[in-house]
Design a protein around this ligand. Sequence first.
Ligand code: ADP
Ligand code: MG
Length: 579
Amino acid sequence: MIKRFAGYYKPHLHLFALDMFFAFLIAGIDLVFPVLSRQIINDFIPDQNLAMLVRYSLIALGLFVIRMFSSYVVGYWGHIMGARIEVDMKRDLFTHMQKLHHKFFDKNRTGQIMNRFTGDLFEVAELAHHGPEDLFISVVMLLGSFLILLTVNVPLTLIVFSFIAILIIFTLWRRVAMLKAFRAQKARHADLNSKLENSVTGIRLAKAFSNEAYEQDRFEYYNRQYYESKGQSFFQMSIFMMVNGFLTDLLNLSVIAVGGYFVFRGWINLGDLLAYILYVSFMLKPVRRLMEFTQQLQLGLSGLERFGEIMDTDPEIIDAPDAVDLDEIRGEIEFDQVAFRYNPEDSDVLKDFTLKIKPGEKVALVGASGVGKTTIAQLIPRFYEIQEGEIRLDGRDIRGIKLSALREKIGIVSQDVLIFYGTIKENILYGRPDATDDEVFEAAKRANIHNFILSLDKGYETIVGERGIMLSGGQKQRLSIARLFLKNPEILILDEATSALDNENEAIVQRSLEALADGRTAIIIAHRLSTLRSSDRIIVLDQGRIAEEGTEDALLEKKGIYWQLRRLGLGESENVVFA
Ligand code: ADP
Ligand code: MG
């Protein structure tokens, strides 16, 4: 983990060196100033040596100007370095995430993944920048002043530094309790946010069930929990501040009281005492920095750990070294004795599943809900890896084809259409970003959505909402079909594409889909009779295998599973039959 982190410094070593150099200057100047002051008080003031007073003051002024400049460099370029490391890590995380298989996204919540990018990497960036710098400045300052003060007066130095040691140990100890409270608070905050996110997305559901009061209760609970965790944090923080402040006061007091006594006895002169007072006030800064460093270290390391978790997730489904590109394909699909399960501990969704689909053939998959229709659709673009057997495209094992080439040949229309925020044109262009305007219009015409788009005030430049809120289900579906007309895949998979639509919308979308399927190999996962009728062959699935297949008439005659499915769900209303 540390090694991976250190690797991110590599491209920015020059900034790192710059940061460290100027951090060193700052620490050095802080160390020198009390030495100058001591000399002024001990020698120049008693001698009324104006020339030397002026000279030393000018030296100090010069040093402060350098320090001013240095703190700018450290503040600006140090943060820039942290930000660049953050950018690099985010890029790597994003690249890796894009490669991850569907399984990963089945298991991880969107919010959690988002958190990796925002919260976690922010903490890592802060650590990247402040970590080495804080540690370095603090150590140089503490060690430097200790050594310098030792040359002035050994007993007083030992007394002062034992106090500082107590201060460090005590605050570190309290810090642990404080961090624990902070972490609990963060967790409660995340809970509250999840709850909120859930309630916002589900607000329609809550209203539909008149469950607002219940939601209110749940929210109140999380809100309260968060408040209480905050109370704990405040309590720990206040204790910490109290103890820390008191110890600091004691430190200052001990210097002046013990130091004053030393002056009485003539063991130390005033200038030396002043040097102690100055060092102690300067030293509180590195002590605080050291505390901040420990906190940043913890936050950064846990962020780094979670970053590593994703980076170490094996993409599993990647191009084989000898994977080939595809040119023109005929569009023949073959499942050969395929066995598949989602997770090792699950039972098989498909077993010994064999199916051959001819180029240009339209095959309908039917079967009870949960039988594995969608699964079959997801296996063709290789979203999941099968455990046994082979899936072939034009006679070639799909594992030997480049993923991008394979997926380019396949178009999927499902029930759930994702319209992203942007113009209608951008949404259609997603099918093939380099398409011309005319091609976009043509695709929209073929999807039966062109006239509707033109009827909008801004036409193709109309912005569609966060998830296409202002479009009806049928319009969204037709937009997604236009996307596919642009993409022009040889193989089409329709997974209950019209199941969310009412009859009227369904009829329009159905026409678009038929136009889209024309001349392509198509797998139609159907829930309505009208969809089935346009298919060449119906495959009935049961228990991971093909139970029956044939034309509709033949299947009905057989009075088997298909006949039963029809009887169960049908009532001749043409509404939801299967699925
Ligand atoms: P259908 O589309 O025929 O209704 P699916 O192919 O969606 O059925 O599901 C087949 C089986 O696989 C079901 O038992 C379902 O619970 C399971 N399943 C579907 N998707 C996943 C997934 N992402 N992870 C684990 N199991 C899944
Ligand atoms: Mg399904």
